[in-house]
Ligand binder design. Structure first.
Ligand SMILES: Cc1cc2nc3c(=O)[nH]c(=O)nc-3n(C[C@H](O)[C@H](O)[C@H](O)COP(=O)(O)O)c2cc1C
Length: 539
């Protein structure tokens, strides 16, 4: 069976429907709950700085390109980047148990994503180049290995001065413990959320990001020191991002330095996460089928690095405040309305043409569209709407979707947004029911399904696009979360939905488009039983 056939089989097998949930444990094995924090015992630890929140830049400034002059790379700015992207943002407590919440959200708060820094000498951190692991629990770096200066020289050759790299990886077991087969999807959504969190934290510092998407999984394993990771707690590398004070012109990275990494001595032993890990069958298979080989270059999106100003409304909301106060709504009030103009801000920030900084690490042309259930927006009739995020798909979408859809432009819609009304009506009940009956999808101002090109997205049936579709969804989700905070409402990512019933709402009869992630935004009702504690109480 080809890798693409295996991918289709996994996708189908991990669907939820009204009659059957995707295969999973169906209960929580609390004895074996995986530790959400990876540690490398024995590795040298460097504490990072918990950067106080300042008011500037404002949200619209951080999302408009070139508005912020690039900060120098040093221990302060590297600390801030990680503090604003992968750190803990609060602890919650209820009836004697406490748990950490982070800047980047995660399905079930299980946090499969790990981060690694590969950098040259950084003032205040180290005198030599190094590879280190980021520990959110202490906001510190564990130094895994120093890098010979020649190796770093080869790796960073051709990049602007002070470029460094962040690698992301996933520990599937953390999600599979609760969600079984569907966990592979959630791990990749989480990678997408982390990618956007890094893009935005970089923008705050005036830095640019770019995905090093020529590298294959085996290269990434070597670079992140993960070649010996195996078994049920296997940690699999996903991607490497270059971060730079200046635009990175083209994918410059050669792979002539990778061999040098394979002879390095790595310090620290990775901790066991559970006593009896038991990875759900099928997860490793889909991971293997969708692993990317190294390639010369990949099909870059036209808008890459051509950072045009964002047509966002001016605001005085601190971007870093939005980043750190972001939370998922657990319930929606069913009454809060937002204005039409506010709704259009959501559309602007979830689109790479109108908000390039957020999407810098998405190196392929957009494959994901938004199928919107509009419930409570002043000045717009409730109904089914659609945001086309790639004009080239419009004709095909019109062909595949129900013939009775009207495809009319909503009033006041800003130019540059391909937003359409498909059908007016009350979709609160349907939105709830297809989101596994979760009321947050019907009681918000709007909710949505991310409708991804599926069969056609896999050019030459390259199965490695499959995780990337979820990464793109995760980036959109992260922007919807941030915009919700700035608009004084709250969002929630929704991974639990009934796949085929969503597809049928739009009339798609084949594998051309599939729903890949849901999201809701609205007036939230807080759970007052929980108390909140500061992210790092010791200061
Ligand atoms: C990929 C993904 C899927 C999620 N699915 C759901 C869901 O189906 N229902 C829900 O209530 N919350 C869902 N969430 C929200 C998480 O439960 C939430 O992010 C997590 O508990 C951490 O809380 P925080 O977002 O406030 O940091 C999802 C989040 C992500 C990132």
């Amino acid at each position: 069976m080809s890798d693409w056939e295996k991918t289709k089989q996994y996708h189908h097998g991990s669907k939820h429907s009204y009659h059957r949930s995707a295969p999973g444990p169906g209960y929580m094995d609390w004895e074996n709950q995986p530790d959400p924090f990876r540690r490398y015992d024995g590795a040298e630890v460097v504490d990072l700085i918990k950067t106080p929140l300042d008011t500037k830049p404002f949200y619209h400034e951080a999302l408009s390109c070139n508005a912020i002059s690039p900060q120098p790379l040093n221990i302060e700015t590297l600390s801030q980047l990680l503090f604003d992207s992968l750190a803990i943002s609060a602890w919650k407590s209820f009836q004697g148990s406490t748990w950490a919440l982070r800047v980047n959200p995660s399905s079930g708060n299980l946090h499969p994503t790990e981060g690694y820094i590969i950098c040259g000498p950084v003032e205040g951190l180290n005198n030599s180049p190094s590879v280190s692991h980021y520990c959110p629990k202490i906001h510190g770096l564990e130094i895994r290995t120093p890098l010979p200066i020649q190796t770093w020289g080869k790796m960073s050759e051709g990049f602007p001065e002070n470029t460094f790299f962040i690698g992301l990886s996933s520990i599937y077991w953390r999600e599979a413990w609760k969600y079984g087969l569907r966990a592979f999807r959630y791990c990749n959504h989480d990678v997408g959320h982390a990618l956007a969190a890094i893009n935005i934290a970089s923008s705050v510092l005036g830095w640019r990001t770019q995905m090093m998407d020529q590298l294959g999984r085996n290269d990434l394993k070597i670079l992140m020191g993960l070649t010996n990771s195996d078994g049920d707690e296997v940690e699999v590398p996903d991607c490497l991002i270059a971060i730079s004070p200046e635009p990175i012109i083209e994918p410059l990275m050669t792979n002539n330095f990778i061999e040098d990494f394979s002879t390095l001595e790595w310090s620290g032993t990775s901790n066991n996460l559970s006593q009896h890990p038991n990875l759900w069958p099928g997860i490793l298979e889909i991971s293997q089928a969708t692993q990317k080989p190294s390639t010369v270059s990949i099909n870059h999106s036209d808008s890459k690095n051509s950072l045009a100003p964002t047509p966002l409304q001016q605001d005085s909301f601190s971007m870093r405040k939005a980043i750190h106060q972001r939370r998922s709504a657990v319930a929606m009030d069913g009454v809060t309305q937002i204005s039409r103009e506010t709704f259009y801000q959501f559309m602007i920030t979830s689109n790479p043409d109108t908000c390039p900084p957020a999407f810098q690490t998405i190196s392929w042309a957009p494959q994901i569209h938004l199928g919107l259930f509009v419930h409570r927006i002043d000045g717009l009739p409730p109904g089914l709407y659609f945001l086309v995020r790639n004009k080239k798909h419009l004709k095909d979408l019109k062909n595949k979707f129900k013939k009775e859809f009207i495809w009319s432009r909503p009033e006041g819609c800003p130019q540059g947004l391909d937003l359409f009304i498909l059908q007016e009506g009350d979709f609160q009940g349907l939105a709830t029911s297809v989101s596994c009956g979760q009321e947050i999808a019907g009681k918000g101002c709007f909710s949505l399904g991310m409708i991804g090109a599926f069969e056609n997205a896999a050019v030459n049936e390259d199965a490695w696009i499959y995780p990337r579709l979820y990464w793109e969804c995760g980036v959109i989700g992260q922007m919807l979360y941030l915009q919700s905070e700035v608009s004084n409402i709250r969002g929630t990512g929704i991974g639990c939905f009934f796949d085929d019933p969503v597809r049928e709402i739009f009339g798609v009869k084949d594998l051309s488009y599939q729903s890949l992630y849901h999201f809701t935004a609205g007036g939230s009702v807080d759970d007052t039983r929980l108390s909140s504690l500061p992210a790092y109480p010791e200061g």
